[in-house]
Design a protein around this ligand. Structure first.
Ligand code: ZN
Ligand code: ZN
Length: 204
């Protein structure tokens, strides 16, 4: 999908993610809004922490633009299904939680029906065209809107996650695979990894 006049600093994000899509555009706008709100530079060594409440396309923009990455341990995924992005700055504890307002059409039942058809391979050629036009328009709208139109600026009600730690590892006494200590369970006195351990459910 092509859009004219894409912002220069969006292009490498698209290359990193692999395609241009509305979700990535939301993440791109969130990263820029967080930068502006907190006066941020890209993270070098964990001075920023991002807590993301979804694992969709937009998170790649957060990783690329803010340098909060899964591998560095300063990207925390909370599986809550919300387009919400919290960025903390360690040195002064400043934070912003950006919650996407979704006020430009994503929840429109008609376009949801159309998307479902296209995704299920049931759309006609005309419907596919219509879908692509809507999608392009949506990305244009996302790029043109103000930060305040796109996001509610909130404060997180959770504290800043501690820095990534390095733990000792032990071999699982069942499968033999080396596993870091906080992910081992004691089962009948043996250190067992989570994949080998029986699940323990309490009904939620
Ligand atoms: Zn995507
Ligand atoms: Zn095991």
């Amino acid at each position: 999908m092509q859009l004219d006049n894409l912002p220069e600093n969006f292009k490498p994000v698209i290359a990193f993610h692999g395609h241009l899509c509305p979700g990535l555009t939301i993440g791109y706008r969130a990263a820029n809004a967080a930068r502006k709100a907190l006066g941020l530079e890209r993270d070098q060594d964990e001075e920023l922490v991002a807590v993301v409440e979804n694992d969709a396309c937009g998170v790649d923009a957060i990783q690329y633009l803010l340098g909060c990455t899964l591998g560095k341990g300063n990207l925390i995924f909370r599986d809550l299904g919300k387009q919400a992005f919290t960025i903390f700055r360690r040195k002064d504890g400043k934070a912003v939680r950006l919650v996407f307002r979704d006020n430009i059409g994503a929840s429109d039942p008609k376009s949801n029906d159309l998307r479902r058809k296209v995704m299920n391979g049931q759309a006609t050629t005309e419907e596919k065209l219509q879908f692509n036009q809507q999608r392009t328009q949506r990305m244009k709208d996302l790029l043109a809107a103000t930060d305040e139109d796109l996001f509610d600026f909130k404060q997180p009600d959770f504290i800043i996650p501690e820095s990534a730690r390095i733990f000792d590892s032990f071999a699982c006494e069942q499968c033999g695979e080396t596993t870091m200590e906080p992910r081992l369970r004691l089962v009948d006195g043996r250190k067992i990894c989570l994949t080998c351990a029986e699940p323990y459910h309490r009904g939620w």
